[in-house]
Design a protein around this ligand. Structure first.
Ligand SMILES: Cc1cc2nc3c(=O)[nH]c(=O)nc-3n(C[C@H](O)[C@H](O)[C@H](O)COP(=O)(O)OP(=O)(O)OC[C@H]3O[C@@H](n4cnc5c(N)ncnc54)[C@H](O)[C@@H]3O)c2cc1C
Length: 510
């Protein structure tokens, strides 16, 4: 039976794992070993809606405290400056996988010419607003949001919460490990000669993958046939007069794309590119041309997209970059960290802390399916972007491997943006849902045969609805005003009273 766990690494992945384990299985002793010399990766600042749910409902960090300590801003989705339209918005609600009862077709068929403001959140995004206003003037903070959060600040918050939950920290660099005769790891060795034993190990050592990759030599499965980017230049600047946008921006570049992530006092930009298509110096030069306020020598981060064949081997589970990573186009890393941690905790609970090989195999199958879904979804972004005529983008359109979603693409090419497309996804319980795929297909104007030409009253109904969303969103409030509300001493988060409630509806501010 597992009694004590050693987490190797105190980045966001290791700390989310440590706190989750302590909270849900308090009988376990949890220690974290980390190397201050190596530090944390320092990037990873966009999230998805499962992140607030995990932080608030699973880790039990209150909204009040999280906002005070971590100072996040809200993210309603991603604005893509991408494809033949030049611009479209991917929100966390349903824009396309839905149909109005008084219209004969699902929403996607009305968005061929103009894919804007097909829901309230997308109208808010369009107008740079974060939330609607309640009748009393307070922000109506709905659940369809994620956060932008500074990596180092987030890690500091997690460390405070981990210590409060009884997690023990050990500073030291792991330089080796001891194997058990029956397989797995018995102990790790630190540079200063200390030896740390545990029954079970979480490898959250980032790209170094000290235990799963280095010690256990689990093979790495590369996604390089689908995702060609392998580096980023990163650099931001302090905000002056720029508005705080309620979304991440993903903008096409000559040999990849650039993110813009919005913090209250800082704007973070990064250019993700393929080292086969462009040199680091050329990438930095293009980045600086577009972002003259960025530091003149932006930092280069190298990565590879892919995952280890199994993430749970013997008594080692890798969580975070140590188990796998795909480039940051949809900011999925923390999403998969939260999902894998929850699966692990549930499996350890159900197996009474004595997990058998069938639990391991199930965990590995579920994790592999998630990685494959993410790979395919990101690959589609590249395959569909026909607008940029550079060698890199011509290569993406011609050669990106999307063979595992070929059935979906064939069905769409004939039938268009119907919700029936979901049955052509390899798995119906896909993390992005058919909504994500439809947004990419419609957003990039992927051609399809069964066009629907709405005229007369039908068109008027659709346009009237969109105008109503825009008009409602015009009364909404931006990020700055919302921050002022939630920082007012009279503000209360009503979900605090029931930490496990799934909602984030907010009542009465000032
Ligand atoms: C360019 C880029 C952009 C990204 N953008 C996003 C994004 O927008 N959203 C998102 O969710 N994710 C993003 N990510 C992923 C992000 O890095 C991870 O989500 C997140 O930060 C988790 O990192 P980690 O904890 O796995 O690793 P790290 O932060 O690297 O932490 C590793 C830990 O292990 C310790 N360690 C390593 N080796 C040893 C050793 N030998 N001995 C002792 N300690 C050791 C380190 O000291 C550190 O504490 C991005 C990644 C890249 C490369």
């Amino acid at each position: 039976m597992i009694k004590n766990i050693l987490v190797l690494g105190a980045g966001s992945a290791g700390l989310i794992a440590a706190i989750s384990l302590r909270r849900k299985l308090p009988q376990l002793a949890i220690r974290v070993v980390r190397s201050p010399e190596i530090g944390v990766i320092g990037v990873g600042e966009g999230t998805t809606p499962n992140f607030p749910k995990h932080i608030f409902d699973y880790l039990g960090i209150t909204r009040k405290r999280f906002h005070e300590l971590a100072e996040p801003t809200w993210k309603l989705g991603i604005r893509f400056l991408w494809g033949p339209r030049g611009r479209f918005d991917y929100t966390f609600d349903q824009q396309l996988d839905c149909q109005w009862s008084d219209l004969p077709m699902p929403n996607g068929y009305y968005c061929d010419e103009d894919f804007r403001c097909a829901s309230v959140p997308s109208a808010l995004m369009w107008l740079g607003k974060a939330f609607m206003r309640q009748p009393d003037g307070c922000p109506d903070i709905q659940g369809w949001h994620a956060f932008h959060i500074e990596n180092k600040k987030f890690v500091d918050v997690l460390e405070i919460v981990a210590r409060e939950n009884g997690v023990e920290f050990i500073d030291g660099k792991v330089t080796g490990s001891e194997r058990l005769p029956e397989g797995g790891i018995a102990a790790v060795h630190l540079e200063d000669g200390r030896r740390i034993e545990a029954d079970f190990f979480i490898d959250s050592s980032g790209f170094r993958s000290e235990l799963l990759g280095r010690a256990l030599e689990e093979p790495f499965v590369s996604f390089d046939r689908s995702l060609f980017c392998d580096r980023a230049v990163v650099g931001g600047w302090d905000r002056t007069t720029e508005p705080i946008l309620p979304y991440t921006t993903a903008e096409t570049m000559d040999a990849g794309w650039a993110w813009q992530i919005e913090h209250e006092h800082h704007i973070n930009r990064g250019y993700v590119y393929s080292s086969q298509a462009i040199s680091d110096d050329e990438a930095a030069a293009e980045f600086l041309r577009k972002n003259p306020k960025a530091p003149s020598s932006p930092r280069v981060v190298k990565f590879r997209s892919g995952c280890y064949r199994r993430q749970w081997v013997e008594n080692v589970v890798a969580i975070g970059n140590a188990g796998g990573f795909v480039e940051p186009l949809e900011a999925t890393a923390l999403m998969i960290v939260c999902g894998n941690v929850q699966a692990l905790v549930e499996m350890l609970t159900r197996s009474a802390l004595t997990p058998t090989p069938t639990w391991r195999a199930l965990f590995n199958d579920l994790a592999a399916q998630s990685w494959t879904d993410i790979r395919d979804f990101l690959a589609l972004h590249y395959k569909l972007n026909t607008a940029t005529d550079t060698p890199f983008w011509r290569h993406c359109v011609a050669d990106t491997d999307v063979s595992s979603i070929a059935g979906l693409l064939e069905f769409y090419a004939e039938n268009g943006p119907t919700g029936f497309c979901r049955y052509r996804l390899p798995r119906t319980e896909n993390d992005f849902g058919i909504e994500g795929y439809l947004v990419m297909l419609v957003g990039n104007r992927a051609p399809y045969a069964a066009k629907h030409f709405a005229k007369g009253s039908e068109r008027q109904l659709w346009e009237g609805r969109r105008a109503a969303f825009i008009s409602a969103a015009q009364g909404g409030m931006d990020v700055r005003e919302t921050l002022a509300y939630i920082r007012h001493p009279g503000w209360t988060w009503n979900a605090e009273a029931k930490p496990d409630a799934g909602t984030v509806t907010v009542h009465q501010g000032r």
